[in-house]
Design a protein around this ligand. Structure first.
Ligand code: IMP
Ligand code: MG
Length: 180
């Protein structure tokens, strides 16, 4: 199933690369202030790969030396609206037992993706759990879940770029934009 590449001219820029970089540095400062002990970053793929890569380097700048691991979760289907069924497509390679975890995702919408990840890692014996998301859409939550660290709160529009996709396109855009 291959969708044609949608035109970049349908995207309105919401946050420039410079605005994103400033925000990521600021989040790293907040995160170090709250996470005093050693911790492991668990980045949820695919969407958070760009954010996570920038965030861990920003964390390094402010003195953090986290371990890093990845997990690919998929909501069933490839549509604009995220759906209820979350599955592990590729699992972590490390154990989370007795570790302080910083769960990192691109965007918090219904909360189902992060809720699934949080429950899974708690069941596996994580010592503590914090959540960092670059973007948050308020008023869309289907489960009770709040992120400890939020970059931008955005209006209820579909966004792409900086790791976020539309049908697996646009992840490489250095900015975040809304699709018209
Ligand atoms: P949730 O499970 O509804 O909180 O949705 C989180 C996941 O849905 C994210 O990890 C994204 O992959 C995807 N998602 C939600 N909103 C958007 C959007 O506006 N653009 C691209 N992906 C989105
Ligand atoms: Mg996605």
């Amino acid at each position: 199933m291959t969708a044609p590449h949608p035109s970049e001219s349908t995207i309105d820029i919401l946050f420039s690369p410079e605005e994103i970089a400033l925000k990521v540095e600021e989040m790293a400062t907040r995160i170090t202030a709250h996470m005093s002990e050693e911790f492991m970053v668990v980045a949820l793929l695919k969407g958070s790969f760009v954010f996570a890569a920038d965030l861990v380097r920003a964390l390094h700048h402010v003195g953090c030396r986290p371990q890093i691991d990845f997990m690919t979760l998929s909501s069933y289907g490839k549509n604009v609206e995220s759906t209820n069924v979350v599955m592990v497509e590729r699992d972590l390679s490390d154990t989370v037992r007795n570790k302080n975890i910083l769960l990192v995702d691109d965007i918090l919408e219904s909360g189902q993706t992060l809720n699934y990840a949080r429950t899974l890692l708690q069941e596996r014996g994580a010592a503590s759990m914090h959540i960092a998301v670059l973007l948050e859409k308020p008023g869309k939550r289907k489960v009770e879940l709040n992120a400890d660290f939020v970059g931008f709160t955005i209006p209820d529009k579909f966004v792409v770029g900086y790791g976020l996709d539309y049908a697996n396109y646009f992840r490489e855009l250095p900015y975040i934009g809304t699709v018209r």
